[in-house]
Write a protein that binds this ligand. Structure first.
Ligand SMILES: [Mg+2]
Length: 250
C-alpha cells in the first residue's frame, strides 16, 4: 500500500487555536454584542466536547435558561463577530503553527502526496491562519477544503472524512489523518482511516486507544517528537512522509 493522501484537522492539530484563539474571540463577541457570557479556560475545555462553533453556542444557551433565547440569525451573528475577532488574533501573530506542521506540509508537497483539510473552521479563519503560517499561496497546497458546514453533522460523526475519501477516490486504508481530539479520532477511524494523534493543550488526558500513533508533536530538527504506536513501540524523532507510509502499510 502507498500513502495516497493525508487529511489534516486544523484546530489543535495545525495550531493551538483554542485557548488563546477561539475562546478569546468568543468572549470578545459576547461582549461586543452585549451578552452577559464569559467562557473561562476550564469551562471552554468542557465546551470543546461540542464540535462546531454554532453548535457550541446553542449548547451553552440550552444549559442556561436564564439567558434570552437566541434566534438562528443571532447565532449566525455571534459566529460572524467571533470569526472577525479570531482573524484579528491571528493577524496579531498570536497563533502560530505547531511544531513540524510546516516541515511535514513541505515534504508532502515535494513528494506530491495530496493533502486536504477536515475542520469546522470557517474559510476566513483558515485563510487568516494559513496565510500567516504558509504564505499567500497556501490554498495551492491543498486539494480539498472540508470545512465549515460542508457536511451537516460534525465530528465524531465520520461524515467529513467519508466526504473527503469520496472526493479523493482513495481507499481509507491508504490515507493518514492527523487529529488532536477524541472526537476527531472517532470520526477518522469511523471512516476506516489510520489516525495519528498529536494531543493539544486541552486534549492531553483523552482516550486515544484507537489511534495508529500518538505523538507529542510532528517534531522538528532540534525539537524531536516522542511517539508511541498502537503496537506499543515507542521512539522519538521526526514524523515525516516515511513515518506516515508505515502507518498505512502497517
Ligand atoms: Mg482539533
Amino acid at each position: 500500500m502507498t500513502l495516497e493522501a493525508v487529511f489534516f484537522d486544523v484546530d489543535g492539530t495545525i495550531a493551538e487555536t483554542e485557548r488563546g484563539g477561539h475562546r478569546v474571540a468568543y468572549n470578545a463577541a459576547f461582549q461586543e454584542l452585549g451578552y452577559p457570557v464569559h467562557w473561562d479556560p476550564e469551562l471552554y475545555g468542557k465546551l470543546l466536547d461540542v464540535m462546531g462553533g454554532k453548535e457550541r453556542i446553542r449548547f451553552y444557551w440550552s444549559q442556561h435558561p436564564e439567558l434570552p433565547a437566541l434566534s438562528d440569525a443571532q447565532v449566525e451573528q455571534i459566529h460572524d463577530v467571533k470569526a472577525a475577532h479570531f482573524r484579528e488574533l491571528v493577524n496579531e501573530g498570536r497563533l502560530e503553527l505547531r511544531i513540524g506542521v510546516k516541515r511535514l506540509l513541505d515534504e508532502l508537497a515535494s513528494r506530491r502526496v495530496p493533502i486536504s483539510i477536515a475542520s469546522t473552521i470557517t474559510f476566513e479563519g483558515l485563510d487568516a491562519l494559513l496565510r500567516k503560517g504558509l504564505g499567500d499561496d497556501w490554498q495551492d497546497r491543498f486539494q480539498y477544503l472540508g470545512i465549515g458546514d460542508v457536511v451537516p453533522v460534525k465530528k465524531p460523526d465520520p461524515g467529513i472524512y467519508l466526504w473527503l475519501l469520496e472526493r479523493h477516490g482513495v481507499d481509507a486504508r491508504d490515507v493518514v489523518t492527523l487529529e488532536d481530539t477524541r472526537a476527531g479520532l472517532l470520526a477518522s477511524v469511523g471512516a476506516g482511516i489510520p489516525t495519528l494523534i498529536t494531543p493539544s493543550d486541552y486534549t492531553k488526558d483523552q482516550d486515544f486507544s484507537e489511534a495508529a500513533c500518538v505523538a507529542s508533536s510532528l517534531g522538528d530538527p532540534g525539537a524531536p517528537a516522542h511517539w508511541r504506536l498502537s503496537s506499543g513501540a515507542e521512539g522519538s524523532g521526526l514524523i515525516d512522509v516515511g513515518f506516515l507510509e508505515k502507518l498505512v502499510s502497517g
